[in-house]
Write a protein that binds this ligand. Structure first.
Ligand SMILES: [Zn+2]
Length: 128
């Protein structure tokens, strides 16, 4: 399994949707009273910034706290725990591929300059 496969596996297993560092404020859409008797239609009306809470944009909690502490699913914690190393890896791969693309574009734009540079680099390295 490649590094990209591992990253994709963690992404696929996470709570889906875009994540936001906030929690939703919900109100019942129905014109009835009292609310909260099982017939309500709670919809997201606004978002409040949260210091330690993350939700998906459809209102699912990713990281949340209650009386029993701070909670996050196993799959989401795997993604979060690997995020710094995965992002560093993907950024370095992105930079490497950009360099390769720039070199390929240079070779297309000016093939003779490209081949003379490659040849001189091979001579410096002791290659043939
Ligand atoms: Zn209601």
């Amino acid at each position: 399994m490649t590094r990209e496969d591992e990253i994709q596996k963690r992404l696929s297993a996470r709570t889906p949707g875009r994540w936001v560092k906030a929690y939703p404020m919900r109100w019942c859409e129905l014109d009835h009273f009292p609310h909260g008797k099982g017939k309500c239609d709670y919809q997201i009306h606004s978002w409040r910034l949260a210091t330690r809470e993350v939700c998906s944009v459809d209102g699912q909690h990713i990281i949340f706290g209650n009386d029993n502490g701070l909670h996050v699913s196993e799959a989401d914690s795997q993604l979060i725990a690997h995020a710094p190393q995965d992002l560093e890896y993907l950024l370095s791969e992105n930079a490497r591929l950009r360099d390769e693309l720039a070199e390929a574009n240079n070779a297309i734009d000016d093939p003779s300059a490209y081949w003379s540079r490659i040849s001189s680099e091979r001579i410096k390295c002791g290659g043939q």
